[in-house]
Write a protein of this length. Sequence first.
Length: 269
Amino acid sequence: AAQMLVTLDDLEDRRRFLNASATLRRLIALDVVPVINENDSVATEEIRFGDNDRLAARIAQAAGAGGVVLLSDIDGLYTANPKNDPDARLVESVARIDARIRAMADGGSASGMGSGGMLSKLEAARIATSAGAHLAIANGTHEHPLQRLDETGRCTVFTAGKLGKGRKLWLAGRMTARGRIAVDAGAVSALARGSSLLPAGATAIEGRFARGDVIEIAGPGGEIIARGLSEYDAADAARIVGLRSDRIAEVLGYAPRSALVHRDQLVLL
């Protein structure tokens, strides 16, 4: 066995993420079992995972794992909180985490042992499935919980989507962003077709970020639909919001890039 202590920055910074990934893959190749936890001695409130659910999903991504099992105080995701609603039913499989699925989650952890409840497990599922790993939520209060899971199959499984490229997987799994660009419905449709984010589709800029920083892209309703690397700093981006690309040089005095976020540096969520 080998212990690894990590902070949020170790996995949010691209170079440090690759170093952690290389270490994990080397340990596994040597048949070593890595035991991983957050490094509380150096983590601060601003740069911490806050719960082991999301930490597990990010570590799975770094290790190239095919699956994640989160042990909880209940059998998985229910249609309602089973402790309050006797008619609640276990959801056995989830192909997409949408508003309907999020509405089923309860932020509290009745066991008192967890810190994030079902909401943090849904976020962990989003991270894991974006990285190509299936994720299961199962009951850990029984003896030999993994054996019980193997024998009964009683759990909720979140199935992974199509596996993307390395940098895009890292972007999809990130938990922090430097800023946000709000876009209109036309831009949402264009991004879904694989286009870059152009200034004409942007409606507002939030946060302080520099070129190359990770930013979120929000749809008209405020929902986060994508994440990517900004081609402009926040001040210049704010000046060209809503403009056609051929007007960038007129406003900024230079026009090295036509997109706010290029499609090669962007991932849909």
